[in-house]
Write a protein that binds this ligand. Structure first.
Ligand code: GRF
Length: 200
């Protein structure tokens, strides 16, 4: 953590499965462009060779593998790391598992997630990845977008912290919607984290 100011808030990013890490990359870029007002202390991933590790390596962010086979073990290891590193916020990015209410309470820091739709629409069980964009496409929505919300024990359910919409009516496929929404996610998450931690 060379070059980090002592008062800089630290965050941890958690992903699961084969997460790409594009939000991590966008976050790291945004924090760097702002003079590093927030520091990504480490990334936790549940798969040993997850693609997000390439992003970790490119930014020199430590990546820790914690398997999710036993959710209670996973949560206790994460809590331990959060405490040990004095982390001020947890950012889920491509984390498709549920976290327990005990975890959310015991973390004692905000746990945020980004969802690729305008919650409360197109959220909940099964609403992840292309399932979301396929549903938006099928419904013929004029707008979709991204939502940053606090995490509780239900999928995509906690209080909304920030959201931004994007016009998708002229999209010719769900893939087009996905690409437009991802661009919004990349702008929104870092801004929402900085606002939450620094009120800027
Ligand atoms: C994003 O679409 C995010 O909204 C959702 O999972 C995806 C993660 O993508 N929660 P990436 O790994 O950040 O590229």
């Amino acid at each position: 953590m060379e070059g980090i100011k002592s008062q800089t808030p630290l965050i941890a990013v958690i992903s699961s499965g084969k997460s790409r890490g594009s939000n991590l990359d966008a976050m790291a870029n945004a924090f760097a462009a702002q003079g590093k007002p927030v520091w990504i202390a480490f990334v936790i991933h549940t798969l040993k060779d997850a693609p997000i590790l390439d992003i970790c390596r490119s930014w020199n962010i430590p990546g820790y593998h914690i398997p999710y086979r036993d959710p209670m073990y996973f949560e206790s290891r994460v809590l331990q790391m959060i405490n040990d590193h004095n982390v001020s916020l947890i950012a889920l990015a491509g984390f498709l598992k549920k976290l327990s209410s005990n975890f959310c309470n015991d973390a004692k820091v905000p746990v945020l997630n980004i969802h690729p739709a305008l919650l409360p629409a197109y959220g909940g069980t099964g609403m992840y990845g292309m399932n979301v964009h396929n549903a938006v496409w099928k419904a013929g929505e004029e707008y979709s977008g991204a939502t940053v919300h606090l995490v509780d024990e239900h999928y995509d359910h906690g209080s909304i912290v920030a959201s931004e919409k994007v016009y998708v009516k002229d999209c010719d496929s769900p893939q087009c919607i996905a690409a437009r929404v991802l661009r919004i996610e990349h702008q929104l998450y870092a801004k929402a984290i900085m606002k939450h931690l620094l009120d800027c």
